[in-house]
Design a protein around this ligand. Structure first.
Ligand code: ADP
Ligand code: ADP
Length: 225
């Protein structure tokens, strides 16, 4: 089943086209690895997939409904998607309060799974620390925890391991893979690291100057498969 289908979408900033995609389909249970040089439009595409940014032209089919810049999804639909930003926006409250915030606003209860996620991400000792006092890598882990706790259908990850040491990279990659497997969730991961794309992605797309090049067979993408 398709989760997203984007048709002829474009986005310009100050008359400069930064994104121009004819067709992009993202299926349920897929991990789409999005690679490409800096400035290619990867973050812009993630913002569009999260309906934070709106396209100038084109249509986005999301969970069987079609949206355009004049017809945006309601909040309850937008909340099925979450983005883990490279430099996450955290509230000045504690790590724990940040992590449970998405559950609170959705009136979802929280249980042992929240603590399991906190534990797995090595955040137990930091639970009561103010989230604005964290290092970049700690903040990324908190942002991932905050995304995983409410079980979104779609998680968009923008360079989620860029500030992490190898041990934490492994933990996060395993958690992303587990999450996808258990919930048949849909994941898009922007990464500069082609090895990470190779490890995690079920499909890889290259974004170059706003244009998408889909790599049919992941193996074709890597010189040294
Ligand atoms: P990537 O994530 O691949 O590095 P981005 O999506 O961040 O690329 O940016 C694509 C292009 O759009 C870049 O040229 C960038 O400078 C420009 N851009 C991104 N956001 C804005 C904005 N809010 N206003 C103006 N230009 C922007
Ligand atoms: P504060 O900013 O007030 O220090 P905390 O994040 O420490 O906030 O805790 C907020 C509330 O959540 C407190 O009542 C605390 O006891 C409770 N709490 C903290 N961790 C857990 C947990 N794992 N399970 C349930 N409640 C918790």
């Amino acid at each position: 089943t398709n989760v997203y289908n984007l048709k002829h979408i474009s986005k310009s900033y100050n008359d400069k086209t930064v994104l121009d995609i004819d067709n992009l389909t993202i299926r349920r249970g897929e991990i789409l690895g999005l690679v490409g040089p800096s400035g290619a439009g990867k973050s812009t595409l993630l913002r569009i997939l999260n309906f934070i940014e709106h396209t100038d032209t084109g249509k986005i089919n999301f969970l069987d409904k079609t949206y355009t810049k004049n017809k945006l999804p309601d909040l309850d639909i937008r909340r099925k998607v979450t983005t883990v930003f490279q430099r996450p926006y955290l509230m000045t409250s504690s790590v724990y309060q940040n992590i449970i915030y998405p559950l609170k606003i959705r009136n979802q209860s929280y249980d042992h799974e929240v603590d399991e996620i906190i534990e797995k991400l090595g955040l137990t000792q930091l639970k009561h620390k103010r989230a604005d006092k964290l290092s970049g890598g700690e903040a990324q882990r908190v942002a991932l925890a905050r995304a995983l706790v409410f079980k979104p259908e779609v998680i968009l990850l923008d360079e989620p391991t860029s500030n992490l040491d190898p041990a934490n990279v492994k933990i996060i990659e395993d958690m992303i893979e587990d999450y996808r497997t258990k919930l048949n969730a849909t994941i898009v991961i922007v990464t500069h690291n082609v090895f990470q794309a190779k490890r995690l992605a079920t499909k890889v797309s290259l974004l170059y100057k706003g244009k998408l090049i889909e790599v049919n067979d992941k193996k074709d993408f890597f010189i040294n498969p």
